[in-house]
Design a protein around this ligand. Structure first.
Ligand code: KIV
Ligand code: ZN
Length: 520
């Protein structure tokens, strides 16, 4: 079955989104089960061809998320990642088999440095592993992707032998990743060209790019891979991913759309949903988008200099190569305040691209009214922060029920907090070096853990002293790092919510294995 939704035209690019797998490998970007399902539903609705839903062997949570995404996805192929290990592949097969279009994505390292120092295997042994594990995957599903990890630092001769072995064993997609973000565009294009020319049977497989952004070349390299004959691009929303991240989906899609003259390829993603996808992923992963990020950053369409403003007012295309509307940035219409009712709020959510279920809508409306009582004008950014906060915290096992803080010059600063932990109330009062320290001390007393606070950051959502505060907290425990956000007009409440949200993520991430452990 074709992994594209619209047939197999020679210039049709398959957009493979790995936000939920490689994106989640980004330090601090853990996503909840419900958050992953929501992201997957949006990716499906926007026309992504393949959703890599996770790494099923990594944890029960990952397995369950991939299974649930496989069941709910209507149009896209659902892929799961598996190392070249029998147990990984069978577990992956179990999770994706519920999908209308299931795919097993298995990988093994091929570069000399990985073989010698990580895998401790010879080239011949790895060739045997490829044939055996791709064959096993192919017995489970008809759609099998094989990746040569660290392909760009592998000799061309050996890479060709590996690709040939994978295709002979039944791989239908061959992915040649720039795992360490090392290649230049010319090299990456040449690698695809050479492998496709030299490997017997190469025309039976679709070739795929997978680029990391260590040198800031991930998108350029992905586009170069297309010139070399690749027809699938692996990418993530907001460029989330290991270290410097992966090629950003929104940048690939808009480059294809805006420069059709130079990049003559078709893609099935609805570009007007890119902004919504960016916001949802940022909220679910608690990972802020830099203001000057291409396509989806807050400043992507903002013109500050007089000359630019003058030009844009006279004719938008003088300084804009794309319109904000083309990526789903809505023009503000309704101004919201305390007199706005349910219907106006529902309209506003629709305009901002939120599709909430009835319960979530009612909860968000109650919070909106409380906010509107405290703030004269409620801006779009306020509503986005409020709803993102609602989505991010809705299914948490630990919740903040109440908070009472004593602060000021008199001291000692104290915080009395009540948490709901798995349905039972727990209360504690603590002192600290300032009110935030007191709050965090009280939470640690109620939920003891070994995490250390790596980052505490406060950001005002809008201007003015009545602005909502958005607090980011990053905790680490051993190798595990998580970050989470909380929003509220009261900075101290936002701080408590953010800290508790980070604890929820830490709990969820404990015991999870990483995919970079060698194949067997
Ligand atoms: O970067 C990489 O090589 C990967 C593989 C698992 C495809 O993410
Ligand atoms: Zn990767």
């Amino acid at each position: 079955m074709s992994p594209t939704r619209a047939g197999d035209a020679a210039d049709r690019i398959i957009i493979f989104d790995t936000t939920l797998r490689d994106g989640e490998q980004s330090p601090g970007a853990t996503m909840s089960f419900e958050g992953k399902l929501e992201v997957a539903a949006l990716l499906d609705a926007m026309g992504v061809d393949v959703i890599e839903a996770g790494f099923p062997i990594a944890s029960i949570g990952d397995f369950e998320a991939v299974t649930a995404i496989a069941k709910q996805t209507k149009g896209a192929t659902v892929a799961g990642l598996a190392r070249a290990i029998e147990g990984d592949i069978s577990r992956c097969g179990e999770a994706v088999r519920h999908a209308k279009r299931p795919r097993i994505h298995t990988f093994v390292s091929t570069s000399p440095i990985h073989l010698a120092h990580q895998m401790m295997k010879s080239e011949a042994e790895v060739l045997e592993i490829i044939a055996r594990t791709v064959g096993q995957a192919r017995n489970l599903v008809p759609d099998v992707e094989w990746s040569a990890m660290d392909a760009t630092r592998t000799s061309l001769d050996y890479l060709c032998r590996c690709v040939e072995a994978a295709i002979r064993a039944g791989a239908t997609t061959i992915n040649l990743p720039d795992t360490v973000g090392f290649a230049t565009p010319a090299e990456y294009e040449a690698m695809f060209r050479s492998v496709r020319e030299r490997v017997p049977g190469a025309d039976r497989a679709i070739f795929s790019t997978h680029c990391h952004d260590d040198l800031g070349l991930a998108v350029a390299n992905s586009l170069a891979g297309l010139a070399g004959g690749a027809r699938q691009v692996e990418c993530t929303i907001n460029g989330l991913g290991e270290r410097a991240g992966n090629a950003a989906l929104e940048e690939i899609v808009m480059a294809l759309r805006t420069r059709r003259d130079a990049l003559p390829y078709a893609c099935g993603v609805d570009n007007t949903m890119l902004t919504r996808a960016s916001k949802l992923v940022s909220a679910v992963a608690s990972f802020p988008v830099q203001h000057n990020k291409a396509i989806v950053g807050r400043n992507a369409f903002a013109h500050e200099s007089g000359i630019h403003q003058d030009g844009v007012l006279k004719h938008a295309l003088t300084y804009e190569i794309m319109t904000p509307e083309s990526v789903g940035v809505a023009k503000t219409s309704l101004v919201m305040g305390k007199h706005s009712g349910r219907a106006a709020f529902r309209d506003k959510l629709r305009e901002l691209g939120f599709a909430l279920g009835e319960n979530a809508f009612q909860d968000a409306f109650v919070r909106f009214k409380a906010l509107a009582d405290r703030k004269r004008i409620v801006y779009d950014e306020d509503i986005e922060a409020l709803v993102d906060d609602e989505i991010g915290h809705a299914h948490e096992r630990i919740k903040v029920t109440s908070l009472d803080v004593h602060a000021g010059t008199a001291g000692p600063q104290t915080a009395a907090i009540t948490l709901d932990v798995d349905g039972a109330p727990r209360a504690f009062k603590a002192t600290g070096n300032g009110p935030v320290d007191a709050i965090f001390n009280a939470i640690v007393a109620l939920v003891p853990h070994n995490g250390t606070l790596d980052l505490y950051q406060v950001h005002a959502v809008t201007q003015g002293t009545d602005a909502q505060a958005e607090v980011t907290v990053r905790l680490s425990e051993g190798e595990t790092q998580v970050s989470a956000r909380g929003a509220d007009p009261d900075t101290l409440v936002a701080s408590a919510r953010a800290y508790v949200a980070a604890l929820n993520k830490l709990r969820a991430k404990r015991g999870k294995i990483r995919y970079d452990t060698p194949a067997g």
